[in-house]
Structures are given as structure tokens and as C-alpha cells.
Design a protein around this ligand. Sequence first.
Ligand code: NOJ
Length: 599
Amino acid sequence: MEHDPLWYKDAIIYELHVKAFFDGTGDGIGDFQGLIEKLDYLQDLGINCIWLLPFYQSPLKDDGYDISDYRTILPDYGTMKDFKRFVREAHKRDIRVLIELVINHTSDQHLWFQEARQSKKSKKRKFYVWTDEPANKNKAARIIFMDSESSNWAWDPVSKQYYWHRFFSHQPDLNYDNPIVRRTMLNVLTYWLNTGVDGFRLDAVPYLFEREGTNCENLPETHEYLKDLRRSLDKKYNHKVLLAEANQWPKDVCSYFGEGDECHMAFHFPLMPRIFMGLRKEDSTPIIEIMGQTPEIPENCQWAIFLRNHDELTLEMVTEDERDFMYSEYAQHPKAKLNLGIRHRLAPLINKGRRQLELLHSILFTMPGSPIIYYGDELGMGDNVYLGDRNGVRTPMQWTGDRNAGFSKADTAQLYAPLVVDPVYGYQAINVEAQKRTPTSLLNWMKKFISIRKKYKAFGRGSLKFVKTSNPKILCYLREYEDETLLIANNLSRYVQPAELDLRQFKNRLPMELVGGVCFPKIGDLPYFLTFSPHAFYWFQLMKVEEPGEIAAEAVEKAAQAVHVSTKISGTTGRRKKKRATQREIKTKANLSSRHKSG
Ligand code: NOJ
């Protein structure tokens, strides 16, 4: 694998659950053996990093986020040997592996908690946070799982005290004021780093410490501890990454980067709902505003951006009016709401609108940060809101139209969760096999755009500057890095739109569209005029034309690569012919454009 300490800036992350991906042993539950068999699929898709949801020993009351042993793999998913083989096989394919580390809490089944509750004198007692008087303690801390919990304190009938928990009551929070807890969790981190993984998603990271009179989030003590983790990581290992799950406002999330000495990455939670708002309001303002509130981050840090994940589409980081708007637009089904969010997968949120799906991915792939694709969303998989909690977005991956969607050879009744079988999103309609052989499928579209994104470092590393347009329905921005200047323009409207862009500073540059390598007219003195079909978008590179020969050569090279991608997908022969034709076309266009004064 490439030895680049900033590899995570160019990452395209695929989030998956081992249990949901592929069942290699035929017991109805996905496992590491199955995942290894499907690595070629992921490599072919073009992703270069996998984020694995929790796979540790667990009673699975919160789908593995309730860990009962940090050093053991849930036997349903395989053995440590299988896990290590998976990491090796992923690395062979240039795919990095991020794993989940739930450091804020354990399961109440964890031996630490079992021991702690037996006796107040037990050594493990201080691993957790206890009180006799819950009514007055940490009152300012909000309840996160508000549909299931009414307090952050739960009564333990065994030790006859209350214990602190930020999530489900079966997930007691660890006590980070105890230095032994701090050390123990550091050892857990080291244990997994020694298996070869490339980093961790740190679950629920804002809640590690509690302090009276605060909301118990983002406390200075939490940041100090994370910096400690980072120091230990950097001392012994190279190029490992910490990704903070901090569902907070931009300023607070930024504190998890420290001065570039805390977490390498953090999710941009507030951006996500604003992409969906922008789409339905047909207005770029929510996206521009939230990015305006996002401080610059240290050079060595990176956002992790996403459209959907394994949880409900969270609406914690929006105002009440915005939340009402989101519910009215995206949560029509009576069962769609959960906690402060919406439990739908991506495709059902937008009623399977293909143009909207493409537009949303255009934004995801071009805004600052490393994009995350949630398994199955590359196919437009559906969900099942009747399964309770967030299980409806965690159903088996749909590989084929055969029995059990090709996911497992077990009896259908044995599957860990029912398959999606409705006529619109069911596995007979939506599956990998069918989409592989359909050149125009979403899967092939994703593959093509991932491959284009990977050719330009500016997407992962470049600066962001919004471009003034005459039309607020057009979300337009520049991504600049070294000698790459990319111009992205997205039409958030369902209707055709015109827009004039203020590109004066790029006078004489030649916009080359990145998919087909087609050059547009040169930028002149007047506003640059573009027209868009509904939900359409453009990705351009703004080429310098002072040296037409060189530019044409570069354009030819990039376009040839683009042609290569599309010919591979459509499976046609005659690739060379097509390439030569494109080269001719670009040369002609470059020559024409350098003579042509636009505006
Ligand atoms: C955040 C995770 O994404 C979610 O799935 C989990 O339930 C909570 N943290 C508690 O661990």
C-alpha cells in the first residue's frame, strides 16, 4: 500500500456491517469469510477504505454497540484468524480498514459491569459512574435515545444505586475519571492496532466525561484524553487514523481536531441534513450557510461526509423549523420518525429518483471531505420501517435475484433479518448481479464517478470557495489544490435552470468537463453562462490555455481515461477507436476555444 501519512484525505469509505454483507458459512448471518469473498466487488467499485460496524462479543441489544468483551470477535462473525485474514486481504487490494471502537460505554453484560454491581468494594466499581441521588445530578445532559429512555440514570437492583448511561440503559457509561479506565481503553486500542487495522471510528466521543453544571458534552477533559490517545498512537504506529463521531455543531466538532494533534477526521453532521434541505427547498443557501459556519481545519485533518448511515438520518443539528421541514418532506410514512431523525435509506428518502440520487452523490463526492457510502446505497437499496429501531436500514445486502438475494445459503427463516421483498426495492428488482449487467445502472454510474473523483486530488485535499451565481438554485463552488482548479455546479431544482457564474478571475481558462473530457467555451469578461437540465450537475477542470499544446495533451490524457471507464462499463469493443476519436475531438475543441471569445 502507498505510504502516505495523509491517505485518509483521499479515502472513499464504504461503511458496512459484517452480519449484513455476505454469509460465507451458510448460517444466515454474514461473516468475515463472506466479506473476504466480496472484497473483489468492493475493489471493483473503487472504494479504498472500509469502515466496519462493531463485530465484538455482544448481546446485540444495540447491534453490537453494546460490547461485552473488547478483545473477542462475536463467534457468529468468525474468529480472530478470520479477522486478520480479512485485514490482510483488504490491504492486498489497497483497501484500508477502519474499525469501530465504542469507548464511551460497555454492555451491562460486560464482566466489568457484572463485577462492579456485585459489590461497592469491587475493583471494577469505579469503572462506572454511580449515584444515590439521580434527580439532581448532571441534569443539564440531554437524553439522546429519547424514544426509549426517560433518564440518563438507571437503577441497578443488584448494587442498589443508580448508574450513568447516555444511550440505552443496558449501556452503562465508563468512568473516565478513573485512570485505570483510561489506561485500559488505550490498551484496547493498541490491541486492535496490532491486528493491522488502519484506524478507528470513535463512537459517541463527546460524552466521555461528566461535570456538574455542564451538558456533559465536549468537555476539556475529553479533549485531553483524546490527545493522549493520539500521542500513544503516533509514538508506536505510522499512518493510523482516529475518526470522531461527534454529532455537534461545526465549531464544536472542530474542537476534536485540536491543533492537528487530536482526531484526524470527524463527521460533518450538520452538513448532511442541509444537503437534503437544499434539495427539497431547491435552494443552495442552507449548504452555503453551514459551510460558512464551518471553521478552517488543520492541514492534516479531514472531514468525513455522508448522506446516510446505519442510524436514523439524524436531525439533532438543525433548528426546530428546519426539523419540521425535514419531517414534512422526508418522513411521510407514519413509522419513519425515530428519536430526532428519520429511519429511511437513501433511495426511499427521495422516492428512488435517479436524477436526485446522482445529484446527491455529485455533492457528496465533491464537497470537502472523504465521502462515505453506506452499503447497498450504491444500488439504491430500500428499507423496512416495520423492523423496529434502526433495523430497517440494516437488512441483508442484495447480491442477486436468487434465493435469499444471494446473501446466504441458509433457510430463509434463518436469516438474521428479513430481506427487503417489496416490488419496488425487493431483491428481485435491486441487486448487484442485475446492475452489473446493465450499463446504465446506478452501480455502474457510481463506479464511474468514484473513478473520476479518484483522479483529482483537489476533491479530497483542495480548498472550497463558493462561486457567485445569478440563480440560488445552483450550488456552485471551486475546489483548488496545487495546479488543479475544479469547478462544480449542481442544479438543486427539478426544473431546467439557467445560471450566470462570476468566473472573472479565471478569464481565458477553458472549462473541461470531467466525465467526457469535453471542453466548453473559454471564460471571458462576461458572466459565464450555463444551462442545466433538472437536477443536473457539471464537474469541470478550469484549464489554463496560455500553452494550448500542453493543455490539449493533458485534456486528451484525462479524457482518454474517462473514455476507458465508460467503455469498460458498456462492455463495447472498439475502445481504441473511440479514444482516438475523442482525442481528435478535444484537440479540435481546444483549438477552436482558444480562438473563440466567450461571454
Ligand atoms: C452511535 C452509533 O452510531 C449508534 O448506532 C449507537 O446506537 C450509539 N452510538 C450508541 O453506541
